[in-house]
Design a protein around this ligand. Structure first.
Ligand code: DQA
Length: 137
């Protein structure tokens, strides 16, 4: 099974960025832990700060992967285009967030992705990604 993790803007700064919200680990280190834990799954990971690039990666995953774990970060709350890309593809997409977005500012309560996602996992720190992978098993 091939699962692609797609991370959006500022998630390249995990470990340095607001550690009280997002924790002290870089995603690169955490990704190695996921690969070691889920050896029978072909995991790939990309991060982009650019909305259009994220859309292209979502579209490409449709023909190359069995599922997507998507943390579109701030674009979750603003991007009709990313929501449309999730609606357009045939493979399941799990929306994840590190923080509990419903416990934060009101603008983070809105998601353009959730309607089209197979499920949403949020608020468990980086473990949200682990739980999303388990949901595919
Ligand atoms: C986030 C939550 C978003 O509101 C925020 O803009 C992010 C990260 C999360 O994983 O908790 O950048 O998606």
């Amino acid at each position: 099974m091939k699962i692609r993790i797609i991370n959006g803007p500022n998630l390249n700064l995990l470990g340095k960025r607001e550690p009280e919200i997002y924790g002290g680990h870089s995603f690169e280190d955490y990704f190695k832990e996921l690969q070691a834990k889920f050896k029978n799954i072909e995991l790939s990971y990309i991060q982009s700060n650019v909305e259009g690039e994220l859309i292209t990666h979502i579209q490409e995953a449709d023909t190359t992967c069995d599922g997507v774990i998507l943390n579109a970060a701030a674009y979750t709350h603003t991007s009709v285009g990313i929501g449309d890309a999730v609606a357009a593809i045939g493979i399941p997409v799990i929306e994840v967030h590190i923080s509990n977005t419903f416990g934060r500012e009101e603008f983070r309560h809105q998601s353009f992705i959730s309607k089209y996602a197979k499920g949403v996992i949020l608020g468990f720190g980086l473990q949200s990604y682990d739980l999303a992978i388990q949901s595919f098993l």
